[in-house]
Design a protein around this ligand. Structure first.
Ligand code: FMN
Length: 167
């Protein structure tokens, strides 16, 4: 192990989370369909762009998430980037509720994937690669289609939601 890595490994989980929470991000709901045809989804802030040619995006998923095996097996996933008035939906899709889609407005996109109504943008992706990253799996997706709406983003910074208009 290099000296730098050894130094870094001394970082406590509290310090690490605090440092990472300084990185402002958007919030997205990633969805897929399981083998039984049921829609699955969760809130993520780890989503980001990777490549233009081909158009690739990535996000990471905790191996302890109930839907982990479903996303590993899925050929496709969709990303709904949340708008500033969707903080409640973000919380909802991170909580243990039976069917997260019950009472939630969504449409079906390519491959029947659920796309959250009122989002800022939708991307439908072919799951290109997954790799292990500690207690998470990293998903690389090739974007097959996307659609953008004229709305403002929901932001997440220092473990709180914010809106551009509030800054
Ligand atoms: C703002 C926000 C961002 C999140 N980002 C991620 C993420 O990038 N990856 C992840 O695995 N979980 C993330 N989570 C937590 C998951 O949404 C949550 O653990 C998951 O929905 C739990 O699903 P389960 O109860 O079905 O296991 C985030 C939660 C919130 C509120």
């Amino acid at each position: 192990m290099s000296t730098a890595t050894a130094e870094l490994s001394k970082v406590s989980s509290t310090e690490f989370k605090l440092a990472l929470s300084q990185f402002a991000s958007g919030v997205a709901i990633v969805t897929t369909i399981d083998a039984a045809g049921k829609q699955r989804g969760l809130t993520v802030s780890s989503f980001s762009s990777v490549s233009l040619e081909p158009p690739l995006v990535q996000w990471s998923l905790s191996t302890s998430c109930n839907a982990h095996a479903v996303f590993i097996a899925a050929s496709h996933f969709a990303v709904s980037i949340l708008a500033e008035d969707q903080a409640e939906l973000s919380t909802h899709f991170s909580r243990a509720v039976g069917d997260r889609f019950l009472g939630v407005d969504f449409e079906r996109g390519l491959h029947g994937l659920p796309l959250i109504t009122g989002a800022l943008a939708w991307l439908v992706c072919r799951s290109d690669k997954t790799c292990s990253g500690g207690d998470h799996s990293i998903f690389l997706g090739c974007v097959e289609s996307c659609r953008v709406f004229d709305r403002k983003p929901l932001l997440h910074w220092r473990s709180r939601y914010s809106a551009i208009s509030a800054l």
